[in-house]
Design a protein around this ligand. Structure first.
Ligand SMILES: [Zn+2]
Ligand SMILES: [Zn+2]
Length: 611
């Protein structure tokens, strides 16, 4: 049975049973506390809580849908059998209870078991279920326990689970929640661990796959963490569609079904490696490429924050693996088209998106390729230093992120391939530190206009160039006029830099020229701009310039502009960045104006001319 037929059967069955089909909502979460839609019920939250009237808006209390979802919490697990970033979730709902025969636990269990047995022809003997065993003052789900037996599942195949496994929600901090009852399918001994206790939720194996989660919302979690009975009860169910398809088709994972397999075959054709011996890599590519297709179709573009970061991370992870597998150029074209064709009937927003998605892919690749090569080199030359503990320190990982744009998930891949792990806690600490520093820095250097707020990519690049030019100018001023020159202020936009400094007279024609020439010489020399994170004390002791008006945090970043061949340092400043990587990118530096701002205070305005 192909996935399309399974989906059709699902809708037909529930429509026949009085459910109204509702379309998938956007992948972008309706509520800003999460980035993405992670479950089918999200778009129904207000109905489930009783704030909105389901009858008024849908004409019925019974709904059914196939929802596009995206989860970021297990991204580094993608590649195993069970985790996907993008996936589809099927669900049926019974919202609220009234006297017109609305269903709760009994109806939900009956509908589910009949669909699996009568429509999908799964074997009853292979079905196992779980129920909530009762915990933290919430009673055991006795009713479900009895109902499963009523519908033919014997006690021996009913497992009782804890709050952690069999209590659902709420999606946000507060809201509807309740015990759940999960349906598992026994895939047979060949997937098992042979432990006599093996069963649903087995920690050792995936013999029993969860295919359906029935949530019985009967509580509301309050802000103080306590639970109260909901004024209305709801049934909310979820089926991981990919998993269901793999179970019905008796395939090891969804990757062996027609949802992914044609692409996997195509990847094989585009490299000299086989899926059988490189499953993880092939699966990551297949999963991520599909996710990219959907994210771009929602209007997301790669960036360093929010949705854009997730997209960038997926792209970069693929680009790294693509390099590792030595995939042929343009392999992704067929993959992107494959997914668009496969899904466009369900999701018409995918139509005619092929070129755009290819373009996003190609641009990100162009941007990342060189940094990837350099970063891999650095990783390979350094990681053995940590072979004793086999843990990559957070600082080292953060440097890979900061200097080469390696997403954490990718660094974890690299580490794992060498049998190492990454100190993620330390990485996050570094990340937070950096965020605080760049906030201070952005406010200082850009007069309150943080660089993150600049939307236009080209404008951003210009501002960054002027920032690096400002460092070169300060160093040149001190070299030509003497170290008594002190920065008094600075203002940068995408059209010019403005630098205020202490000096007691007008510059001569000759001095102006010398300063300009020195900056241009250093641009031509193509100096490297290097960033390091250190304590404020270390930074000052190392001779890094600080701006006296600034109050620095205890840990700061220091930018050194130096000749990579000779090691000669031209400029070193405490600064939050960002900067260009190589000074050659700056073009031609020209002082437009030098003027007095008052006693002992001068101002230079300068521009960069693109070459
Ligand atoms: Zn087991
Ligand atoms: Zn700076």
């Amino acid at each position: 049975m192909l996935s399309n037929e399974i989906l059709e059967k699902f809708f037909n069955y529930f429509e026949k049973m009085g459910h109204k089909k509702i379309p998938s909502s956007s992948l972008l979460a309706p509520n800003s506390s999460t980035l993405f839609t992670t479950a089918g019920m999200q778009q129904l939250n207000d109905y489930l809580s009783g704030e909105k009237d389901v009858i008024k808006d849908f004409g019925t209390r019974h709904l059914v849908s196939c929802q596009k979802c995206f989860r970021t919490n297990d991204i580094d697990e993608v590649g195993d059998e069970r985790h996907h970033t993008f996936f589809e979730m099927l669900g049926n709902w019974s919202v609220g209870v009234d006297d017109k025969g609305n269903y709760f636990k009994e109806g939900a269990i009956e509908l589910a078991i009949h669909f699996l047995l009568d429509e999908l022809k799964l074997e009853k003997e292979k079905i196992w279920v779980t129920i909530f065993k009762g915990e933290q003052g919430i009673p055991r789900d006795e009713e479900s326990y009895n109902l499963w037996q009523k519908f033919g599942i014997p006690k021996e195949r009913i497992r009782e689970c804890s709050l952690k496994d069999n209590f659902w929600g709420p999606v946000y901090q507060t809201g509807p929640c309740g015990p759940c009852s999960e349906i598992y399918y026994d895939r047979g001994e060949k997937y098992g661990c042979k432990n006599p206790n093996c069963g649903p939720n087995c920690p050792n194996c995936n013999r029993y796959l969860e295919i359906w989660n029935l949530v019985f919302m009967e509580y509301n979690k309050k802000e103080d963490g306590s639970f109260e009975k909901l004024s209305q009860t709801n049934v909310d169910t979820g089926i991981g569609f990919e998993r269901l398809v793999s179970v019905v088709q008796e395939k090891e994972t969804a990757y062996e079904t027609e949802i992914f397999y044609p692409l996997i075959k195509d990847i094989e054709n585009n490299c000299s490696l086989k899926y059988e011996s490189n499953k993880k890599e092939f699966r990551i590519i297949a999963d991520h490429l599909r996710a990219i297709v959907f994210l771009v179709s929602e209007g997301i573009l790669p960036s360093n924050i929010g949705h854009g970061y997730i997209l960038r991370m997926l792209l970069r992870r693929i680009i790294r693996i693509e390099k590792k597998l030595e995939l042929k150029d343009n392999w992704q074209r067929t993959g992107i088209n494959f997914f668009i064709n496969f899904y466009q009937e369900r999701y018409p927003e995918l139509k005619r998106k092929g070129e755009e998605i290819n373009l996003v892919f190609a641009k990100e690749k162009e941007k990342f390729e060189k940094a990837l090569e350099r970063g891999l080199k650095e990783f390979k030359s350094e990681f053995l230093k940590f072979k004793d503990k086999k843990i990559i320190p957070g600082k080292f990982a953060f440097n890979l992120y900061q200097s080469y744009g390696f997403p954490l998930e990718m660094i974890k891949d690299l580490a794992k391939e060498e049998g190492f792990s990454v100190n993620e806690e330390e990485f996050q600490k570094e990340f937070q530190k950096h965020k605080e520093i760049s906030r201070t820095g952005a406010e200082r250097k850009f007069g309150g206009l943080g660089i993150d707020k600049i939307k236009d990519e080209e404008e951003k690049i210009k501002v960054i160039k002027y920032h690096t030019a400002t460092h070169l100018l300060q160093a040149a001023l001190r070299k030509i006029l003497g170290e008594k020159v002190q920065q008094m202020g600075s203002d940068i936009n995408s059209e010019r830099l403005r630098f205020d400094f202490s000096f007691d007279r007008k510059l001569t024609e000759e001095e102006r020229e010398k300063i300009e020439n020195l900056v241009n010489e250093k641009i031509k020399e193509n100096l490297k701009v290097k960033k390091e994170i250190m304590s404020l004390k270390e930074a000052l002791e190392s001779g890094a310039l600080a701006f006296f008006k600034e109050k620095y945090p205890e840990t700061v970043s220091v930018y050194t502009i130096y000749n990579e061949k000779t090691g000669e340092v031209f400029s070193k400043e405490i600064c939050a960045g960002p900067h260009v990587e190589w000074t050659k990118e700056l073009g031609f530096f020209k002082i437009q104006k030098e003027e007095s701002l008052g006693r002992d205070l001068r101002r230079i305005k300068a521009i960069l001319i693109e070459k």
